[in-house]
Write a protein that binds this ligand. Structure first.
Ligand code: MG
Length: 164
């Protein structure tokens, strides 16, 4: 991509309803819990928010354009695949990922024990190091759909630069 700016920032978010009988997958990690995200893929809200942040930084559209939820190809798909494909799209467009930062909003369970493994899995999918991946977690303080335990939300930003 011809660009006369150096660094580019992107933002993404995602929300999924929580329901019984679904696995809670976050950053490619299975978090044991009685509820999981409703979705066409595995519902990995963190991976989806990161995809949108990275695509946004490169002005390449959004996750729905590249991985439509009407496509049987993505039914129950592991969302790390979306991140790998997104990285390939950025490669092809001539960008390198500098860092990503994210926040998961979820009332329960506590996510701190799982975050180091999430960072490793996301870094591997994106071809960067775990030190370039930040994941924060917070509750909804009892308000809104997150706070009432009805939904999981993730927000992410990404910084990229053109390949030399
Ligand atoms: Mg999603």
């Amino acid at each position: 991509m011809n660009t006369n700016c150096t660094h580019r920032i992107g933002y993404g978010n995602d929300i999924h309803r929580l329901a019984a009988g679904r696995k809670l997958i976050l950053g490619g990690v299975h978090v044991p819990f009685e509820l999981g995200p409703v979705g066409h893929s595995d519902g990995d809200a963190l991976a989806h928010a990161l995809c949108d942040a990275l695509l946004g930084a490169a002005a390449l559209g959004d996750i729905g354009r590249h991985f439509p939820d009407t496509s049987p190809e993505w039914h129950n798909a592991p969302s790390l695949t979306f991140l790998q494909r997104t990285r390939e799209l950025l490669d092809a467009a001539g960008f390198r990922i500098l860092n990503v930062d994210s926040t998961i909003s979820l009332e329960r369970p506590k996510l701190a024990p799982f975050i180091p493994t999430m960072k490793e899995k996301l870094a591997e999918a994106l071809g960067i190091t775990p030190e370039q991946v930040s994941i924060k977690a917070k509750t909804g303080e009892g308000v809104d759909a997150v706070g009432k335990g009805e939904a999981i939300r993730a927000d992410a930003v990404a910084l990229i630069e053109p390949l030399a």
